[in-house]
Design a protein around this ligand. Structure first.
Ligand code: PMV
Length: 341
């Protein structure tokens, strides 16, 4: 994982708070029950800047048209911000550093299964920590801990995968019991992420799947297969077998469909990515709307993006740099896939 990237250089002396978006490549829903998930922290997703002193901690996210103030009695966003403010206070950040107006630029849409709430809270928490001279709170584990309360406001009992990915970046395997373990991948990976425009009712989707798992052995088997695919996917990625990883993603999408969390729109986007030449594509996150993620050959990514931009409500191409050794092969840095070149 690219840990060095969470502490940005202070360009022109201006302090900023950074966070990553999140895309689950494999293992959503299974991760809630303790299985591992293969997750990517999406770069350049959330940047928080100081807008000066305010009466209370307040946040504006310009591209979302969102403006909230920390208030424990108001809407979800204000309650989540109030929980973050409390956590910063408990960590010893003085009120003078917390009562700020924070301006955030976001590179992912809100409530689309890309971990935007965790990323927003982490970027704001990091900015406030910087303003207070508390660099110790910028470390991924500390930042992720600070947003536990705000994530609970939004998600009930989240697995914690969003906060871990938002704080750390890179590719990792996440399990409730172990947290996030970096997955070193020699090949640079190209992801296309596209939103159907439907707002996913994430909490209801998680409840739906857990009820189904209580009632039917088929659902329990499907969830266990999703967890197995995440483990297999990590090892395929380590070996630079992107074609194999794509196939695992296709399989995961059909299991998620059987669990009833896909939609017609998500299926159409997945189909479009596959027809465009993706190694594999699936819904990502809780489902019931939100986004699909496609793993693409580098030379097809931009053409696919242009096509998706016509059909999806939002689409973006993410490049996740690889590096290091292909096990049993020669050292490769940031190039295409070993088996798929
Ligand atoms: O849709 P999102 O970004 O909230 O992702 C949810 C992922 C789940 O595995 C379905 C739930 C969780 O808490 O891990």
């Amino acid at each position: 994982m690219h840990n060095e990237r969470y502490i940005p250089s202070n360009n022109g002396g201006e302090p900023v708070g950074l966070a990553f978006g999140k895309a689950i490549l494999l293992g959503e829903h299974a991760v809630v029950l303790g299985a591992p998930a293969l997750v990517v922290g999406l770069p350049d997703c959330m940047t928080a800047r100081d807008g000066g002193p305010a009466e209370t901690l307040s946040v504006s996210v310009e591209p979302w048209g969102l403006s909230i103030e920390a208030d424990a009695k108001e809407d979800l966003g204000s309650r989540a911000l109030s929980a973050l403010d409390d956590a910063l206070g408990e960590a010893g950040v003085p009120r003078t550093s917390r009562d700020r107006r924070v301006l955030v630029s976001a590179g992912v849409p809100p409530r689309a299964g890309l971990g935007s709430s965790a990323a927003l809270a982490i970027s704001v928490g990091r900015l406030v920590a910087r303003l207070a001279g508390r660099e110790d709170l910028l470390a991924p584990k500390k930042s992720a801990e600070l947003v536990k309360g705000s994530e609970t406001v939004f998600h009930g009992r989240p697995s914690g995968v969003d906060a871990a990915a938002a704080a750390t970046g890179g590719v990792g395997a996440f399990a409730r019991s172990l947290g996030l373990t970096p997955v070193e991948h020699p090949s640079t990976i190209h992801l296309l992420i596209a939103s159907s425009g439907e707002r996913p009712p994430a909490r209801e989707m998680v409840q739906h799947v857990s009820r189904l798992a209580e009632r039917t052995t088929a659902a329990r088997r499907q969830l266990s297969q999703l967890g197995d695919l995440a483990i297999a996917g990590a090892s395929l990625l380590i070996r630079s077998n992107l074609r194999g990883l794509g196939e695992a993603m296709n399989e995961a999408h059909s299991l998620l469909s059987k669990l009833g969390v896909s939609t017609k729109e998500l299926d159409l986007l997945v189909e479009e990515c596959r027809l465009g030449g993706a190694f594999g594509a699936k819904l990502t996150g809780a489902g019931g709307g939100g986004c699909v993620v496609a793993l693409c050959p580098p030379d097809k990514a931009e053409t696919m993006l242009c096509r998706l931009q016509k059909t999806a409500s939002w689409a973006r191409h993410f490049v996740i740099e690889g590096g290091g050794e292909v096990p049993g092969g020669s050292a490769r840095r940031g190039r295409g896939s070993r088996e798929d070149d």
